[in-house]
Design a binder for this molecule. Structure first.
Ligand code: GLA
Length: 381
């Protein structure tokens, strides 16, 4: 990949000054909890975005997306979101750097990758983190990883229009091989938990479904949670986010009112607690116990948080039928994308065959699947 991106850059712009790799992410449990200031349990994977970048002598930005064979140019003085999606991730971070007072100049960049797009593996965060990291190197800006994470998240808010939490950018930037990150999204304290792949594999099944309203539905969930917090605050003023709420508070303040808000908040408070219990199982090496919580998360995401879709529900319930699957659930923002499955190593083949065949009977199409390993975060190549 490194050679490929360097070659593509060379063909267009000459020698690249900097090459950076930034990975996609998985999340074991703790879904939609990040913007409610709960915990998440993501990890970076062995599928990544590569960016090659070099300075220009003018104030222009020339971009090339190798996998799409598409080019885009803009002026550094006129950074604004475009109707084409992919340039926004690069322009968005350039804009953040400018807004934070960094002096930039024109640059050329080429991006390629093998993170499946729109599959819930956060290819967008990987592009943002890769771009920021590369710019930081190119102009020796001296940025810390955490500042880059925050700027990348802001870029997603302002240029992609998704009011995302911090998980994806954090996981891409801070990932470590064979470890999951237990991130407290309120304090931003984090710990690495070793994730042993002995006897198990992480398998993702991709529905191929890309919901066109996913970003507006995502933002809506965020608003519904905020509405819940405002209602809970009337009785319990100390509650600043759903992280501070208990299930008793949700029952006392929200049950019998707006059923949607009640369901969203109930899922959220349960999920924040579920993650804690799941982590205990993980630390005990009890993957079957951990997996049970994953199934429960799927159920909540589907019934209460309503961010699943039929294809994801079918994949999760087919997984439940498989003896070799310890846990499975939809992953990421939802409305399409992948399920994540913890599968016994010696059962991977039969599990994939069974799920793909049964899925194809219903949807007339076999789902793609990816066996992923946990890998390091953003790095200079
Ligand atoms: C998307 C967002 C994240 C997070 C997940 C759901 O991936 O970018 O911030 O909210 O959805 O857990």
């Amino acid at each position: 990949m490194k050679e490929k991106v360097a070659g593509l850059f060379q063909d267009r712009f000459g020698e690249p000054a900097v090459i950076v790799r930034s990975p996609g992410r998985i999340n074991l449990i703790g879904e939609h909890t990040d913007y409610n200031l709960g915990f998440v349990l993501p990890a970076a994977v062995d599928k990544a975005i590569y960016i090659a970048i070099g300075k220009r002598s003018d104030e222009e930005i020339h971009l090339y997306a190798g996998d799409l064979d598409e080019s885009f140019s803009a002026s550094l003085h006129d950074l604004k979101p475009t109707t084409r999606q992919w340039p926004n991730y690069l322009l968005g971070v350039a804009d953040q750097l400018k807004k934070n007072g960094y002096t930039l100049a024109g640059f050329n960049a080429v991006v390629i990758g093998d993170v499946p797009l729109g599959a819930g593996l956060s290819s967008s965060a990987a592009v943002e983190c890769a771009t920021l990291f590369a710019m930081n190197e190119l102009w020796s800006l001296g940025l810390e990883r955490l500042s880059m994470v925050k700027m990348a998240q802001k870029a997603e808010h302002e240029f992609a229009g998704v009011k995302c939490g911090i998980m994806d950018q954090f996981a891409s930037m801070f990932g470590q091989k064979d470890k999951v990150i237990r991130l407290d999204c309120r304090s931003l304290e984090y710990a690495y938990i070793p994730f042993s792949m002995e006897g198990i594999r992480i398998v993702l099944f991709d529905t191929g479904v890309k919901h066109s309203l996913a970003s507006s539905a995502y933002n809506k969930r965020r608003e519904e949670c905020e509405t819940g917090v405002a209602l809970i605050q009337q009785k319990f003023p100390a509650v600043k986010s759903l992280r501070d709420a208990t299930i008793e508070m949700v029952e006392a303040c929200l049950a019998g009112h707006d059923v949607t808000v009640y369901h969203r908040c109930k899922y959220m408070v349960e999920e924040i607690e579920r993650l804690q219990k799941a982590c205990v199982r993980l630390e005990q090496g009890d993957m079957a116990g951990f997996g049970e919580y994953m199934f429960a998360t799927h159920d909540g995401l589907s019934r209460l948080y309503e961010v699943s879709c039929r294809e994801l529900d079918v994949l999760a319930s087919l997984a439940k039928e498989c003896e070799g699957v310890l846990g499975a659930r939809m992953m990421g923002g939802g409305f399409g994308g992948c399920t994540i499955n913890i599968v016994q190593e010696n059962k991977v083949e039969e599990t994939v065959a069974f799920i793909a065949e049964q899925y194809a009977k219903i949807f007339e199409k076999r789902p793609q699947h990816y066996v992923v390993a946990i890998d390091n975060g953003t790095s200079l190549q």
